[in-house]
Design a protein around this ligand. Structure first.
Ligand code: ADP
Length: 446
């Protein structure tokens, strides 16, 4: 069993691509740890450095309390599964799973018993004598996982193992993989760009952007209490509303969030008031998840400064609810832009197109669907405020709406994209207990 520490790790590829910047991270013994982030953020590079397949440019990698920067991959007792689980095409499933044991000279009878046991746990025991090309993508991936786990590695690394499978199979396999690796107690690092996979599988997870660690915590911590705008936006479906406001501390009234077209008032007794006050006169980003907005009848009595209003522009029916997109006249914030290093000197902000100039000349405004506003060199769409409506309702496009805001669940971010108030992280969770494996032959306990 192994814990993993990355201590100030950087990776610069030949040619100067900085893939990983000063990553500090501890992955606990027995944890299922997920590295999450958009394509190109450095997830695979971190995994490959842990495996020893990629050199570390600077900083240290510790495996089980030993600096491992210069250890050969085979000295690390690490097993890895990739997107396309590479199997030997001329060996059966059994042959593939036996291979690592043959190489290490294990007792033959014992090795066969081990393969059968693991194949049962993976639900591939009935196809153990088949060649890889006769298997479905999901079955091949199970066989690849079996081959990786058969050696009982100290550390199990998985690089987007489900991304080539269809959605149904992905859901099924992610449950099984999580149960299997937990039952073995093997420390596992799992790379994905899929927030649902990360949230449902991880004991803890790290969110990366541009090679930088933006947040680390349990899925609940990161969802409820994200460290940055980028993390809040990456982990949100339906999307979080990121609204741009100027904050004013108004004596006797509260903290006024001035959205230009609308205003909200955070009461003085809000626990974050003392952090917010230092942003007096500054631009802040107000993060409002759709389930934080509650529709009320327009004109209904509500305390002042607690309601946003608008007009429904689009509706989506999702069976259990409607998602409504309202025009509110509020500027939204692009989470991918906030907190990034400044644009290079040669950067030219986008200029209005010919069509916009013609419209301006003939006095016709841009269409209502896509109004844009220039701010600090960027064009931004005016807000489409996303909110939920119960499935039993009959909303219509064009309806005027009013929404009360549950301030307790609203998130505030400064101009640098970081949370205004400090995020809370409980200490890393203790080692997970063994759980049931659900093989195709029903659950068994280890
Ligand atoms: P992810 O796994 O998050 O998609 P990667 O770790 O594969 O990201 O890549 C991170 C960055 O490093 C990307 O900009 C990618 O283009 C670059 N990169 C990855 N591998 C190499 C390489 N062998 N040589 C040069 N650049 C690389």
């Amino acid at each position: 069993m192994t814990d993993v520490v990355l201590d100030g790790v950087d990776k610069v590829y030949p040619g100067g691509v900085v893939a990983v910047r000063n990553v500090r991270l501890k992955i606990n013994d027995g944890e299922l740890f997920v590295l999450l982030g958009p394509s190109g953020c450095g997830k695979s590079t971190i995994l490959r450095m842990i495996a020893g397949l990629e050199d570390i440019t600077s900083g240290d990698l510790w495996l089980n309390g030993v600096v491992a920067n210069d250890l050969q991959p085979r000295e690390r007792n690490v097993a890895m599964v990739f997107q396309e689980g590479a199997l030997y095409p001329h060996r059966t499933v059994k042959g593939n799973m036996l291979f690592p044991l043959e190489v290490s000279g294990d007792d033959r009878a014992e090795a066969h018993a081990k393969v059968h046991e693991l194949a049962r746990a993976l639900g591939i025991n009935t196809m153990i004598d088949r060649l890889p090309r006769t298997l479905s993508g999901g079955q091949r991936q199970r066989a690849a996982i079996g081959r990786a786990l058969i050696r009982e590695p100290s550390l199990f690394l998985m690089d987007e193992p489900l991304s080539s499978l269809d959605a149904g199979l992905r859901t099924e396999l992610r449950v099984e993989i999580a149960a299997l690796v937990r039952s073995t107690g093997t420390t596992t690092v799992y790379v994905t760009h899929d927030q649902v996979e990360a949230m449902t599988m991880a004991d803890r997870m790290a969110v990366l952007r541009d090679g930088v660690l933006e947040d680390v915590g349990t899925p609940e911590q990161i969802y409820e209490d994200p460290a940055t705008v980028f993390v809040a936006a990456f982990l949100s479906s339906p999307p979080i509303n990121l609204l741009q406001a100027t904050l004013w501390a108004v004596e006797g009234e509260g903290l006024l969030l001035d959205f230009g077209a609308q205003r909200l008032l955070v009461p003085w007794n809000d626990p974050r008031a003392s952090s917010l006050i230092s942003h007096h006169g500054q631009t802040v980003t107000v993060g409002v998840r759709p389930d934080t907005l509650m529709p009320i009848a327009p004109g209904s009595p509500a305390p002042p400064g607690t309601v946003l209003s608008g007009q429904i522009r689009a509706l989506e029916f999702h069976g259990h609810e409607w998602l409504a997109y309202a025009e509110t006249g509020i500027l939204t914030v692009d989470a991918t832009e906030v907190g990034r290093p400044a644009a290079p000197a040669s950067y030219e902000p986008e200029r209005p197109g010919l069509l916009d100039r013609v419209r301006a000349l003939i006095g016709r405004p841009a269409p209502a669907e896509e109004p844009v506003e220039e701010h600090a060199g960027h064009h931004r769409r005016r807000a489409d405020l996303v909110f939920r409506i119960g499935a039993g309702e009959r909303p219509n496009r064009g309806d005027h709406i009013a929404l009360t805001v549950d301030f307790e669940r609203v998130l505030f971010f400064g101009a640098d994209g970081k949370r205004v108030n400090p995020v809370h992280r409980a200490p890393a969770i203790p080692k997970p207990k063994p759980r049931e494996i659900h093989s195709h032959e029903g659950p068994r306990r280890t």
